[in-house]
Ligand binder design. Structure first.
Ligand code: HEM
Length: 131
């Protein structure tokens, strides 16, 4: 199976098993990086967290498809997030958190092949910072 198919299949599994994955993803992000939680204090209704997550899924899928939008969006958001107080080395942490939640949701269906596809995708996403 191609990396694209493996990524899409795993994201579908997340949606099927978790429903709205936002609570699990943000709980994991804040558990791993407690300093990031106060940045969202103004987001009382979760709207910002919801659209940030949607944008992140769109970017991951576009990267997996080899699209041209994700590198542009991520370059701009990396700069925007500096002004929000997000350290540059933690911008990509969100993608790692998403991967970890997909893995947890898939349990034994998470295979070495799926793991390798995600590792390659996240390495390409992180490498955009150096471009
Ligand atoms: C751990 C990493 C990240 C942290 C801590 C973080 C934090 C934040 C915060 C605090 C805001 C609200 C800013 C404000 O309105 O004052 C925000 C907004 C946003 N973030 Fe992130 N971010 C992270 C990663 C990402 C990534 C990887 C993307 C992917 C594109 C992204 C996309 C967005 C978007 C689109 C918004 C605007 C949402 C809206 O206002 O509707 N963020 N982020």
């Amino acid at each position: 199976m191609s990396d694209l198919d493996l990524i899409l299949q795993s994201l579908e599994a997340l949606a099927e098993r978790e429903g709205d994955p936002a609570p699990a993803i943000y709980a994991r992000l804040f558990a791993d990086h407690p300093d990031l939680e106060p940045l969202f204090l103004m987001d009382t209704d979760g709207g910002v967290r919801g659209s940030m997550l949607r944008q992140s899924f769109d970017c991951l899928i576009d990267m997996a498809e080899g699209g041209i939008m994700a590198p542009v969006i991520l370059g701009a958001e990396r700069v925007n997030h500096g002004t929000y107080g997000v350290p540059d080395n933690l911008f990509d942490a969100f993608f790692n958190t998403i991967r970890d939640c997909v893995k947890a949701a898939m349990r034994s269906d998470w295979t070495a092949e799926t793991d390798a596809a995600w590792s390659r995708l996240l390495a390409r996403t992180a490498a955009l910072a150096d471009a």
